[in-house]
Design a protein around this ligand. Structure first.
Ligand SMILES: Nc1ncnc2c1ncn2[C@@H]1O[C@H](COP(=O)(O)OP(=O)(O)OP(=O)(O)O)[C@@H](O)[C@H]1O
Length: 375
């Protein structure tokens, strides 16, 4: 799948932009603050969620533009061509909320998930550099994004679980002992929670298998991936447990403990993605900064291969300031793997020389103060 044309209106430092794109590598170069990451952020909003910065929509609208922002793309997907438009912010009452309007071929989409029929977008940004050492919530979000690009129903499950858990947490913090309410909410949490754990478990299983049979990944070390969490442990044990029923029982048993804490202490909202550097047999968080970056890039590349195989759609990759992290040898390896994957990949950097190895086979765009020119 490919974005052929991108149009932005009042998107951060872009008042109005219309740019023709091409399959394969697209390189965006320009000074600091020119608008390179903003452009990647716009593309990231062509998938469900809040995009690669997780910004409030009102913050994205250019200088607080009253009409909000619009991102519009003409895409070429497995089902043919489509026009996808999305926007929010400004004076829109939903500006601060999670609601974003999406139109596909001019018709309002049922939900942002509908964009996944056309595009699967995955990204790596400098903000993810501390993924292995930072909070588990960031790794869960990363993992859920990996799942979502392969299993479009995952976003809905996560929202339903969050909603039910907020309800249970409210009861807990109020000190409620209304068993009927707890029973009803815990049934919903068990259903959605077990489905979330199963989807994550399946993702990790597929990713492990892909890493296992991947060709030599050059300077990007192979990773061992696993999950921690009460539900995941049951799935990993291989025992024939009914994860939903097991989780429902755990929630009911944990009411006193959770009431004391004022919140739900067990469930997929506490799980973690565990990553190890396989050649060194070392937890990722103990590896050097460069090794962590190489591991993360390797994971995303394996996942891109997996997405392509399973969905029939090579995903779109957004690699923000990745090239600058690597030496000449690693950059050449990265470009080679990206070529093999056949993804449309957007890469940013302040210096064009970083991409010298792909001069002639990438589209180069120069970004300057919210404008984009070719060459
Ligand atoms: N809502 C907004 N309205 C107008 N300008 C904005 C808005 N949000 C951000 N900006 C501007 O966008 C610019 C940042 O662009 P961006 O982060 O894309 O830069 P970049 O080219 O990736 O730079 P770097 O190389 O430093 O990462 C800043 O000048 C910032 O002031």
């Amino acid at each position: 799948m490919t974005i052929g044309k991108l149009r932005l209106t009042n998107f951060r430092n872009y008042a109005s932009l219309s740019v023709d794109l091409s399959p394969g590598a697209v390189v965006l170069t320009g000074d600091n603050g020119a608008g390179k990451t903003n452009l990647l952020e716009a593309i990231s909003l062509l998938s469900p969620g809040r995009g690669l910065r997780r910004a409030a929509y009102a913050e994205i609208a250019r200088d607080g533009a009253a009409g909000g922002f619009v991102v519009h793309a003409h895409v070429d997907g497995p089902e043919g061509e489509a026009d996808i438009g999305t926007g929010a912010g400004g004076s829109d009452p939903d500006a601060e909320g999670a609601v974003r309007k999406v139109r596909i071929n001019g018709a309002p989409a049922r939900s942002a998930d509908d964009m996944l029929e056309w595009l699967r977008v995955m990204w790596l940004t400098p903000a993810m550099d501390g993924l292995f050492t930072g909070p588990a919530a960031d790794r869960r979000r990363f993992l859920d994004r990996l799942v979502l690009t392969i299993d479009p129903g995952h976003g809905r499950r996560a929202l339903d679980y969050e909603k039910a858990m907020r309800g249970r947490n409210r009861l807990l913090s109020e000190g409620s002992r209304n068993s009927a309410w707890f029973d009803a909410i815990e049934t919903q949490m068990a259903e959605t929670g077990a489905a979330i754990a199963a989807a994550r478990f399946e993702m990790v299983r597929l990713l492990k298998a892909m890493i296992e049979r991947a060709p030599d990944t050059g300077p990007f070390p192979k990773a061992d991936v696993a999950l921690s969490g009460v539900l995941e442990a049951g799935l990993a044990s291989g025992a024939a447990v009914d994860a939903e029923e097991d989780f429902r029982a755990r929630l009911a048993e944990g009411r006193e403990r959770d009431r004391a804490a004022g919140r739900t202490l067990e469930g997929p909202h506490r799980s973690d993605l565990l990553v190890r550097h396989r050649p060194k047999d070392m937890p990722a968080e103990l590896c050097s900064t460069g090794e962590q970056k190489a591991l993360l890039v390797g994971l995303v590349l394996s996942h891109a291969r997996l997405t392509g195989e399973l969905s029939g759609m090579a995903p779109i990759l957004l690699l923000d300031e990745i090239a600058a992290h690597f030496d000449h040898r690693r950059r050449a390896a990265l470009f080679g793997i990206l070529d093999d994957l056949g993804c449309q990949v957007f890469m940013t950097g302040t210096e064009r020389e970083l991409f010298a190895a792909i001069e002639g086979r990438a589209r180069f765009l120069t970004v300057s103060a919210g404008a984009v020119s070719t060459g």
